[in-house]
Design a binder for this molecule. Structure first.
Ligand code: PD2
Ligand code: ZN
Length: 290
């Protein structure tokens, strides 16, 4: 088969995104060669773009769209010993796992007492999640995420530090790479519309987020209470719904060593139909955060 010696605009952006993330030239050339680009041509494009020089691009045609960068699956970061994860002295049980995208449902991550303590501490800080309305400039309640939220710093207190150590052990990623834990409370009708947790690499607004700690690589959503009806975390591409259960969690990975992001991890929170829903979320970054 002939190798590709033309650069579609989408691939030009892919190279620029990965350069901004600090990826090595060799890793980019390797990924392009795997998608049938000519190695020398790929290296030439990476060299020019890294030097800030222009590179001619072609519009994507049907043949080229077949060469769109596909997410390269890699071995999971999370590690199971049989159906258990030994995490900083606690036995966390595996209830479901998916090979690719890497996803796991875990039981017994937090005790009931720990969930209640997290809720108690969050109630104290809780403020309604807001955004700045572009027209009025006023802070408005976010429409698509009808919830209240609170953030905890990694070193907020001993209790949080202990949980952060356990979470880092489960996610098999350094505690220093974690963002502070986010707690959300959804009331009846509260939902989180489908989104990606990673920052869209080609979105100029992402650069400010990526500058500190790089891309997000994995998420752990922990359920702090049982929800009588609704509130499932759903993955539309996987046709999977996770029912919230106190102390359990859903874990998933979406950024590989090439800094590619995995669109299969689109996910959202369905409306709560009865009662309320409390979650704690931990996002891990490529590098040290904060
Ligand atoms: O509350 C959820 O189930 C949910 C859904 C999607 C949480 C998040 N995303 C998140 O915290 O990123
Ligand atoms: Zn999310």
């Amino acid at each position: 088969m002939d190798t590709i010696k033309q650069l579609p605009g989408e691939w030009r952006q892919w190279i620029l995104d990965n350069l901004a993330l600090g990826c090595s030239h060799a890793s980019m050339v390797e990924a392009m060669a795997r998608r049938d680009f000519d190695r020398e041509f790929a290296a030439h494009c990476v060299r020019l773009l890294s030097a800030g020089e222009p590179v001619a691009v072609v519009a994507e045609d049907a043949a080229m769209s077949a060469a769109r960068p596909a997410y390269v699956d890699e071995p999971p970061r999370i590690r199971y010993q049989g159906s258990v994860i030994h995490a900083d002295g606690r036995e966390v049980r595996l209830r479901l796992r998916l090979a690719q995208p890497v996803l796991a449902v875990l039981d017994g991550l937090l005790s009931a007492g720990e969930c209640e303590e997290l809720i108690r501490q969050s109630r104290i800080k809780l403020s309604r999640s807001t955004i700045v309305d572009p027209h009025s400039g006023r802070e408005e309640v976010i429409g698509e995420r009808s919830s209240e939220g609170a953030f905890f710093r990694v070193d907020e207190n001993e209790f949080l530090a202990g949980l952060d150590r356990r979470i880092a052990a489960v996610m098999n990623w350094p505690v220093e790479n974690g963002e502070g834990m986010q707690i959300l409370r959804y009331g009846i009708g509260g939902e989180y519309q489908p989104h990606f947790d990673y920052f869209a690499p080609s979105d100029p607004g992402s650069q400010v987020h990526l500058a500190q700690g790089g891309q997000r690589v994995s998420t752990l959503v922990m359920y702090l209470n049982d929800v009588p009806a609704g509130g499932e975390t759903v993955f539309p591409e996987l046709q999977l719904a996770v029912v919230p259960r106190q102390g359990s969690a859903v874990y998933f990975e979406y950024c590989n060593s090439l800094s590619q992001v995995d669109r299969r991890t689109l996910h959202g929170g369905l409306p709560v139909q009865s009662g309320e829903k409390w979650i704690a979320t931990k996002w891990m970054r490529q590098r040290r955060y904060g």
